[in-house]
Write a protein that binds this ligand. Sequence first.
Ligand SMILES: Cc1cc2nc3c(=O)[nH]c(=O)nc-3n(C[C@H](O)[C@H](O)[C@H](O)COP(=O)(O)OP(=O)(O)OC[C@H]3O[C@@H](n4cnc5c(N)ncnc54)[C@H](O)[C@@H]3O)c2cc1C
Length: 453
Amino acid sequence: MATRIVIIGGGPAGNSCATTAARLGADVVLIERDVIGGAAHLRDCIPSKAMIASGNARSFLRRSVRMGLREVSSELDLAKLGERLRAIERRLETQTRTLLASQRVELVHGTATIIDEHTVRSESGAGTIDHEADIIVLATGSRPRIPEWAAIDHDRVMTTRDAYPPASLPSHAIVIGSGVTGVEFVHLFESMGSDVTLVVSRQQVLPGKDPEVAAALEEDFLRRGVRLFKGARATGVERDGDEVIVHCDDGRVARGSHVLLAIGSIPNSEDLGLENAGVETDRGYVPVDRDLQSNVPHIYAAGDLSGRLPLSSVATMQGRKIAEHAMGALNPERHRYIDYDKAASAIFTEPEIADVGLAEADAFSEGRKVRVTKVPFASAAKALINDDSRGFVKIVSDPATGVVLGGSIVGRHAAELISVLALAVTNGLTVSDIHESLLVHPTLAEALSEAAE
Ligand SMILES: Cc1cc2nc3c(=O)[nH]c(=O)nc-3n(C[C@H](O)[C@H](O)[C@H](O)COP(=O)(O)OP(=O)(O)OC[C@H]3O[C@@H](n4cnc5c(N)ncnc54)[C@H](O)[C@@H]3O)c2cc1C
């Protein structure tokens, strides 16, 4: 009899596990209570990038007079933007449903709960079904964290999920939280025409990122008129008619038209019935080993719920690895465990920011000898052609072997360009492997080749 796998959650983690396991011969049931494609994925990751693309188009149009065009209208139409976002969501959901159906994955709409070690119950308006499982995969994702000091009204006091797009464009948006999501929203609102204040609890935006990279972004924000409240922790949010007021622990007060909270997420695990199967949790996350097994070996966890890197790309890879492990399909010669330290990531601000592997600052704080080469995009012909010479490429390599250990890119298309360095870092390529590759001219990628010289 085929292995029966029940997956809870139809985001990137659940879907990739489902399609891979089905291809490997499993009977797969996937239970999703909301949107096939994933709530965090389709209701945060994708619409935020789609809105940023619209904001970027507006900025580009406003700059285009410098490129020999007459000024064109760049007025924002929030209703049209909303339609665009819904259309993208529908399209991606349909694509995912079609893919799952083509692999004969059984899709069940409903909320799932674990009843015992081998039974998952799904409940919906249509009724209750108990699903027997040899393997259970938990891929329930996460949702925005809401602190007790902020009463979300989904209108002027918002989480990210209220903002695709907001009901009205903020005349002055106050963004609380200066991690990846916070700075993306600063960029997004500013590019759409809002005044923006960013409340930064530390002294650096993007804490944890390479300080030089964070400084480049900060400089750009200041140039665009963004107000930074540095070293200020928000402690209260109140509404006064159409105004919102944010109180900070150092006594400062920010006033605006809207507040957006971007202070992290919490795992969707509280009503899953994990205790019925003895699955342990840590602050709501399900700890997993390198094969993504929980403390109960036939119950795996993936995606945001696993408490590892909360990225769609990581969730997808974890889902696939679980399917291969559970189906005994690991090829011992080719198998690699996920190395989270080598995951490429990007921040879709303007300029874009992307990095992978070892950061220069981390190498120095660890006392590790590295070679760092940095090339500004201003030296690439393509930057002049694009009328945008902001940013740089930085490569961190081993001085003895030339092996690429990491890198950061700030500038246009950084999120695409980082793939070259990600390939190098994951596969142990050297700077001369990059430098000896014949690249297209004129491209921004030539700055990578120069930095690898
Ligand atoms: C603003 C924002 C921007 C982001 N941008 C990026 C980005 O640019 N790049 C990137 O790689 N990542 C990005 N991410 C992160 C990314 O969205 C998540 O890491 C990814 O979606 C996690 O996938 P998942 O499968 O774990 O969870 P999800 O995508 O949330 O899917 C989990 C699914 O489980 C379902 N579920 C939960 N409980 C139950 C239950 N009991 N029964 C049935 N179904 C259930 C939920 O409805 C949900 O659909 C962003 C996140 C945010 C918040």
